[in-house]
Design a protein around this ligand. Structure first.
Ligand SMILES: [Cu+2]
Length: 154
């Protein structure tokens, strides 16, 4: 089942978490050619008492044209931004990215210490959270992200 969820890739956004979970169950194992392949999609559970979190994934552009991600959203968060880490002297600071381009055939990693999805106003999360990435043409890519504990392995 884990692999099925990882492979899930739909372009339709369904209303409500119940509908989303139903979709996961019904078509979670469907194979389809997708413009963007997501792997290792995961969301860190917020530290207790906070409502911010981060999400990581590897995304591969399987098409012959660049794909530019311009926004992300989820029922599990009020807002999501693309962030990266930049070195500032001895400090690493977060910086917001307005877009992330993925070249044809390229894989872009969102990983600890680098690019990440910054999630604000995070609600109580289950085992899988659906996050929708939107590209510059308005195409939406929904994907199930596994949650993991802040104190556990990433
Ligand atoms: Cu950040």
């Amino acid at each position: 089942m884990e692999d099925c969820v990882e492979g899930l890739f739909v372009t339709k956004v369904l209303a409500g978490p119940v509908a989303a979970l139903l979709t996961l169950a019904l078509i979670g194992c469907a194979e389809s050619a997708t413009p963007l392949e997501l792997e290792n999609a995961r969301v860190r559970l917020p530290v207790p008492g906070t409502d911010k979190s981060v999400a990581y994934f590897d995304v591969t552009n399987t098409t012959a044209a660049p794909i530019t991600l311009v926004s992300a959203s989820s029922n599990g968060a009020r807002a999501i931004e693309f962030h990266t880490m930049i070195r500032d002297g001895d400090m690493m600071r977060m910086r917001r990215l307005t877009e992330v381009e993925i070249a044809p055939g390229a894989t872009v990693e969102f990983a600890p210490g680098g690019k990440h999805l910054m999630m604000f106003g995070v609600t109580e999360l289950g085992a899988v959270v659906e996050i929708v990435l939107t590209d510059a043409d308005g195409v939406e890519y929904a994907h199930g992200f596994r949650t993991f504990s802040a104190t556990g392995a990433q």
